[in-house]
Structures are given as C-alpha cells and as structure tokens.
Ligand binder design. Structure first.
Ligand code: TYD
Length: 186
C-alpha cells in the first residue's frame, strides 16, 4: 500500500503531539506500513524560535527553508519507501501564524498531504494548558492568548479537516480523527 501523508495542525496546547503518537501507532497496524512521526519546525527550530528579533519576512522564509529541508530529507524519502508520514505542523501553520506570503508558500510547491487535520480547541483552554506545562518559551507562545485567538481564527478559514475538540476527551478526539482517516483510505 502507498504511504499516507497526514498533517496535524492547531494552536499550541491543542493536543497535536498526543494525537500524532496515537495516530502513528494505529496507522502502522491498520496499513501494515512503517509509520514516521515527525514535526516542524525541523532542523532550524532552535534558531527560529529563540531569536526574537527576526523580521516577519525572515520568519516566513526561515520556516519555508526549514520545510524545504524537512521535505527533502524526511518526508519525500519516507513516502517513496511507501512509509506513512504523520507531521505536526506544515504549510497551514505558516499560513495561520505568519498570516501573509501565500504566493511565496504556494510557489514552494511542497507535496500536498492526503489529509490535513485541524484540532480546533478554545484558545482559552489551550492557553491554560500551555501555562500549566510552563513552557511558554518560544517567541510565538510568549505572545500569549491574543496570538492564539488570531491563529485559531486564521486556521478556521483554511481548507482543513476540522475536529472540534471542546468538551471531548483524548480518546473521543482520536476516534473522530481515525474515522476521518478511514473515510479517506477505505
Ligand atoms: P513547537 O514548540 O516546536 O511546537 P508546538 O507548539 O507545535 O508543540 O513550536 C513551534 C512554534 O512555531 C509554534 O509557536 C508555531 C510556530 N510556527 C510558525 O509560526 N510557523 C510555521 O510555519 C511553523 C511550522 C511553526
């Protein structure tokens, strides 16, 4: 079976990592393909997130450069071997967070995922989770609740498979995600 490429989007604290791990285990059993769990930013993570003085244009270009490396070194080689790839954050993170430069992003022509999941959660809930984890240490998290609200609104305007997570527990969210994946692959 051909490898499946799934991206997971959502604001910080929306549960992407937990769900990506669960999806990864499930998809490996379901398809019999090796499944890779990866995330962006990839190789330039520390460089981008710790530098608070970059211009918005530099941030945009750095996230795209990071993606170009990720696609070239991980995503495409894995898909070529018919492995599944679950990736936390991808093009829609750049569209939602940087919120400009759509033409530049499109011009990069990065491979299109088979399914793009958006974990839609109330920004207040996500913000209190992030604060409990006490790791508001990247420059985007440090901008706090207002940024989260703006990013959540931007995500809602994009063409994504939206999972409404409010009032659902981890397993409910997972079951909704796998139902969407099943629709796609069966
Ligand atoms: P990180 O702590 O790596 O991941 P997460 O919050 O998903 O657990 O933080 C990544 C940060 O980078 C996050 O605040 C969103 C931001 N980001 C962008 O602004 N644009 C992008 O294109 C990507 C990939 C991430």
């Amino acid at each position: 079976m051909k490898g499946i490429f799934i991206t997971l989007e959502g604001i910080d604290g929306s549960g992407k990592t937990t769900q990506a791990e669960k999806i990864s285990q499930w998809l490996e059993k379901r398809t019999g393909n090796k499944t890779i769990h990866t995330a962006e930013p990839y190789i330039l993570r520390e460089f981008i997130l710790s530098n608070k003085n970059f211009s918005k244009m530099s941030d945009l270009l750095l996230f795209l450069a990071d993606r170009a490396e990720h696609v070239d070194k991980i995503i495409l080689p894995e898909l070529k071997q018919n492995h599944n790839v679950i990736c936390e954050r991808y093009n829609e993170s750049t569209l939602a967070y940087q919120n400009f430069g759509h033409e530049i992003i499109n011009a990069c022509n990065f491979p299109e995922p088979d399914i793009k999941i958006f974990l839609d959660i109330n920004p207040e809930t996500a913000f209190s989770r992030v604060r409990e984890r006490n790791n508001c240490n990247d420059k985007f998290e440090a901008e706090g609740l207002n940024l989260m609200k703006r990013v959540a609104e931007s995500y809602r305007k994009l063409n994504l498979t939206r999972i409404l997570c409010d009032n659902l527990n981890e397993n409910d969210v997972f079951n909704m995600i796998i139902a969407k994946i099943e629709e796609k692959i069966s």
